[in-house]
Design a protein around this ligand. Structure first.
Ligand code: GLC
Length: 445
């Protein structure tokens, strides 16, 4: 086992996991779990300890630690942080394992907007600890995503939407407009890469996105489908509509990018791999979430000041270029020994003040509309104004409809899409297969 693998094992064991189950679990994930535990400042004698598991994409963990530290200091308690895998899919697997073991070691979980149906039974109803006035501060659509059977399973923390990032300087230099359609993007990317490679920029690629077989690929592929007018493939009655010419064309188009405008490596890229390539100056276009904005413009970033963002391109005339909606919330475990205090930490982290800080430092979109009017935020991140309309026009995932089957549904979809991108199956056949498998899954509910 690698060094960090051993460290992860230690940390999980520390959290009450038995060694054999852990080994099995880590092996199942290809040992790609990185789990770091940090205890933040002990306080007075009767101080209690709350443990929070935060995500770790970009500077998420750092932002979580800073705020948790501030809460610990203010509340006079201790806080312990658990860092989780960057991949949403691996994080879900870890949380499922931890919660199934009924361990009380983690009090607060950062959950994805698509997980309430999958994990909701492990979380308390937050409306016990939050007043309706507090809840009304958030976008209603965000609050609604966290309800399961009339119980509020998490408090919204940030809202996400897929975006197109582009290199302003390269587009300008090569006389190209910001693309409105995928074919314009592919054409501009091809021409810019060719021109720049002649000028010895051998590592430049046209377009990077999340093409690895995980939840991020589902997000990307739903955007391609929507851009061709093939949205909402799961119908309220459980019927599945993937085997249609618009979806086929969308997927066929995306597959044509691989090895051409997009490097084959994207088949293994999640958010951070795509950002790494783009931020080091080696890609003309990137699909990513807003968090990347703060980082590509960070003081150390080689592309700082040369990046623009816009809505994702349109496919056909029937389609609209829209980003998939994402985001996260904070939930309290039913196994927590101190749910009231845990909810207090959640209140602090999801407060308007803290959401504004996360927006300024990390470009995380607040879930509280009035935060967008904050003068300091507007001055520091004027781009936030651009995100708002994109958020309201975003593409949803069928998480509520699929309920506790969502991850299985999504896995069928992302695997079929991945097979097409990697050239193992054509778009029509893989979508037909996905349609069959998802229909079966929905029938067996
Ligand atoms: C982002 C989104 C989340 C999505 C994930 C996929 O974290 O906020 O909703 O599921 O990316 O990788």
């Amino acid at each position: 086992m690698s060094e960090w693998g051993t460290a992860s094992l230690y940390s999980l064991k520390h959290l009450g996991f038995c060694r054999s189950r852990l080994r099995e679990f880590l092996t199942g994930l290809g040992q790609s779990v990185v789990l770091v535990v940090a205890v933040v400042s002990a306080q007075p004698a009767q101080a209690e300890k709350i443990t929070i598991a935060c995500a770790a994409v970009g500077i998420e963990y750092q932002l979580c630690r800073e705020a948790a530290q501030a809460w610990a200091k203010e509340a006079g308690h201790d806080v312990q942080l658990v860092q989780t895998p960057a991949s949403a899919t691996e994080r879900l697997a870890l949380f499922q394992q931890l919660l199934a073991s009924q361990s009380s070691d983690i009090d607060v979980f950062q959950i994805d907007v698509i997980w309430p149906g999958l994990l909701g039974r492990f979380f308390i109803d937050m409306s016990i600890y939050f007043t309706s006035q507090e809840l009304e501060l958030h976008f209603e659509s965000m609050i609604n995503r966290f309800y399961v059977n009339d119980e509020l399973k998490a408090i919204p923390w940030y809202a996400d939407v897929g975006l197109l990032y582009y290199r302003k300087d390269l587009l300008e230099k090569h006389g190209r407009d910001v693309p409105d359609t995928w074919s314009e993007l592919a054409e501009a990317a091809g021409a810019i890469v060719e021109g720049e490679r002649k000028a010895t920029r051998h590592r430049l690629v046209g377009f990077v996105f999340q093409g690895k077989a995980y939840e991020g690929l589902t997000c990307n592929a739903l955007e391609w489908l929507a851009s061709y007018g093939a949205e909402q493939f799961l119908k309220p009655d459980g019927a599945v509509d993937l085997e249609n010419s618009r979806a086929v064309e969308a997927l066929h188009t995306a597959a044509s990018w691989i090895g051409d405008v997009a490097p084959r490596g994207v088949l293994n890229y999640a958010e951070e791999e795509a950002r790494g390539v783009f931020q080091s100056g080696n890609a003309v276009f990137m699909r990513n979430w807003p968090y990347a904005w703060a980082l590509v413009n960070g003081s150390e970033s080689p592309v700082k000041g040369n990046v623009g963002i816009t809505s994702l391109p349109q496919g056909s005339e029937n389609g609209i270029g829209r980003g998939t909606l994402g985001g996260g919330g904070l939930a309290v475990s039913i196994y927590s020994k101190n749910p009231k205090l845990a909810a207090d930490l959640v209140r602090y982290l999801t407060s308007k003040k803290e959401q504004i800080r996360r927006a300024i430092d990390g470009a995380f979109n607040p879930t509280i509309p009035s935060a967008y009017e904050d003068r300091r935020l507007l001055a520091a991140q004027p781009v936030m104004q651009k995100f708002l309309p994109m958020l309201s026009a975003g593409v949803g995932r069928p998480a509520r409809l699929a309920g506790d089957k969502y991850n299985q549904l999504s896995a069928i979809f992302w695997n079929s899409v991945h097979d097409t991108l990697s050239g193992q199956q054509n778009a029509r056949n893989s979508l037909a297969d996905a349609q069959k498998q998802i229909s079966r899954l929905m029938r067996d509910r």
